[in-house]
Ligand binder design. Structure first.
Ligand code: HEC
Length: 433
C-alpha cells in the first residue's frame, strides 16, 4: 500500500468522522424532540397531579419533586398511572359526564407521555426546561378566607407512630344558638397533622333523621389539594341551632406520633338572608338487603331514589365498604328514558367526592329516579377483603358492607328549571361554534 493510500484512508476516516459529527447530533436531536424528557414533559404533569401528595412531609410514601427523587420510581409510576390507580380518581372516563371541579386525573395523552418516557430509559432532558417549582397549599391557612365560625373535633386525636389505619366518626357540638345559612365551608387538618389525615368528611346533624344516618347531612369533604367550597351567590346549606358536626376520619400512621385537630371553618350569609337555592345532600339508593356470597367477584345490587322536585345535581360520592368494587349512578326520567350519569371504580382507601363543574351537573325534572347500581367483590382479588370464605351482608362495620351514593343537589321550581335548561342549550350551541 502506498503512502498516498494511507493518506486517503486517513482522509476518509476524517471525512467519515466529520460526517458523523454532523449527522449524530441531528439524529439525537430528532430523537430528543420525540422522546419525552423529565424536565420538559413529565415534571409539569407531576406538578399538577401528584406533588400535593408526593412531597416530603405530605401523605404519600415518596417525594416526586425532582428528577433524582422520581427516577427510582419510574417503573412503579408507569404501572400506577396506566392502571389509573394514581392519582386517586376513579371516575370511568368512557361513560357519562366528565367535567368536574378539582379533577387531577391524567388524560390519555399524559399517560402515554409518562409511559413513553419510562420506556425510553426515563431521561432527564435539558435542565433549562424544568418548570419553576410549584407553591403548595399552606396548611395553616383557610382558603375560603377567615371563617366566621370554627368547629374542631371534640378533642385532639393522637395518631400513634405505628398503628393500623383508623376509620371512624368524631362528633362535636356546633355551638350555634341560631339557624345559619352557610356561604362557604372548608374542612382542614392542621399544618402538623395533614400527613396523617387521608380523608375527612364532615356532616351536620340537624334532625333525628340525620342522627340515625352515619354522617348526618353531608357538609364538606377535605382531600389534599382541595380548597373548600365557596357556594355561588344565592346557594347555601343550612345549619340549625344546636346542630352537631360529625367528622368522618381516616387516619394513617407515619412513623412518628402526630396530634390532629381537624376543624371545619364556616362563613355565613348575613343574618336574615336566606339563599334561594338550598343545597341538599342525602343518601341515595340505599339497599340494605345485600347478599354477597363468599368468593364471588362481581355481585350487583340496585337501589332507587325519587326526586320529588326538579333538581340540579352538584356532586356524586359512591359509598361502599371494603368489598366495594364499582358504582354507577343513572337517572330514570319521568318518560322512562335513561341517562347514565357516571360510573366510578371503588377503592376503600380513598373516599372521593366528585363535584360537577358549574354548568355540568345533571338537570333532572321532578319525578325522576336516581338509580344506584353497585358491585361488590368478595373474592381474594380484592386487597381489602379480610376473608373471602365469608358471606357478607349489610352492616355498619367496615367488614359488613353498604351500598348507596351520597348525592348533593339543589331544588328548582319549574321556571328556574326551564331557565337553567335553556342556559345549558345556549352554552352547548356556543361550544359547537
Ligand atoms: C391525593 C394524594 C395523592 C395523589 C394526588 C397522588 N398520589 Fe400516589 N400515592 C398516594 C398515597 C397515599 C400512596 C400510598 C399508597 C396508598 O395509600 O394507596 C401513593 C402511592 C403511589 C405509588 C406506589 C408507591 C409504592 O410504594 O409502590 C406510586 C408509583 C404513585 N403513588 C405515583 C403517583 C403519581 C405518578 C401521581 C400523579 C400522576 C400520584 N401518585 C398522585 C397519594 C397520592
Amino acid at each position: 500500500m502506498s503512502c498516498t493510500c494511507v493518506r486517503r484512508l486517513a482522509l476518509t476516516a476524517v471525512a467519515l468522522s466529520a460526517l458523523a459529527a454532523i449527522a449524530a447530533p441531528s439524529i439525537a436531536a430528532a430523537q430528543d424532540a420525540a422522546t419525552p424528557t423529565f424536565t420538559r414533559d413529565v415534571a409539569p404533569i407531576l406538578q399538577r397531579s401528584c406533588q400535593m401528595c408526593h412531597r416530603t412531609g405530605s401523605i404519600a410514601p415518596m417525594s416526586l419533586l425532582t428528577y433524582e427523587e422520581t427516577r427510582p420510581w419510574a417503573r412503579a409510576i408507569r404501572e400506577n398511572v396506566t392502571e389509573r390507580i394514581m392519582p386517586p380518581w376513579y371516575i370511568d372516563k368512557n361513560i357519562g359526564i366528565q367535567e368536574f371541579k378539582e379533577d387531577k386525573s391524567l388524560s390519555d395523552e399524559e399517560i402515554a407521555t409518562i409511559a413513553e418516557w419510562v420506556d425510553n430509559g426515563a431521561p432527564r432532558g435539558n435542565p433549562a426546561d424544568m418548570p419553576p417549582p410549584v407553591e403548595f397549599q399552606r396548611m395553616n391557612e383557610w382558603h375560603i378566607g377567615t371563617p366566621d365560625w370554627i368547629v374542631e373535633i371534640p378533642e385532639p386525636f393522637v395518631v400513634a407512630a405505628e398503628a393500623p389505619d383508623w376509620w371512624g366518626n368524631l362528633e362535636s357540638d356546633s355551638g350555634l344558638t341560631e339557624d345559619r345559612w352557610v356561604k362557604a365551608v372548608e374542612t382542614k387538618p392542621t399544618a402538623e397533622s395533614f400527613p396523617v389525615v387521608h380523608h375527612a368528611v364532615t356532616g351536620v346533624v340537624n334532625s333525628d333523621e340525620d342522627e340515625d344516618s352515619l354522617l348526618g347531612s353531608f357538609l364538606n369533604e377535605y382531600a389534599l389539594g382541595k380548597n373548600g367550597d365557596i357556594f355561588p351567590d344565592g346557594h347555601g346549606r343550612l345549619i340549625k341551632a344546636g346542630a352537631k358536626i360529625r367528622f368522618n376520619m381516616h387516619y394513617h400512621s407515619i412513623g412518628r406520633e402526630i396530634v390532629d385537630r381537624t376543624a371545619v371553618g364556616l362563613q355565613f350569609y348575613p343574618r336574615g338572608v336566606e339563599p334561594q337555592h338550598k343545597l341538599i345532600s342525602a343518601h341515595v339508593g340505599d339497599n340494605e338487603d345485600l347478599d354477597i356470597p363468599a368468593g364471588e367477584s362481581n355481585v350487583r345490587h340496585d337501589g332507587y331514589f325519587l326526586l320529588e322536585e326538579n333538581a340540579h345535581i352538584t356532586a356524586f360520592q359512591p359509598h361502599l365498604h371494603n368489598l366495594g368494587k364499582r358504582q354507577c349512578l343513572e337517572a330514570i326520567l319521568p318518560d322512562n328514558s335513561k341517562q347514565m350519569l357516571n360510573c366510578a371504580d371503588w377503592d376503600f382507601g380513598w373516599h372521593i367526592v366528585y363535584n360537577y363543574a358549574d354548568g355540568a351537573g345533571p338537570l333532572l325534572p321532578k319525578g325522576s329516579f336516581l338509580h344506584v347500581i353497585s358491585w361488590h367483590d368478595n373474592s381474594d382479588a380484592n386487597r381489602w377483603n379480610d376473608d373471602p370464605r365469608n358471606w357478607a351482608g349489610f352492616g355498619q362495620r367496615s367488614s359488613d358492607d353498604m351500598s348507596f351514593a351520597w348525592v348533593s343537589w339543589y331544588e328548582l321550581d319549574d321556571v328556574a328549571f326551564k331557565a337553567e335548561l335553556a342556559a345549558r342549550e345556549v352554552a352547548a350551541t356556543a361550544g359547537n361554534d
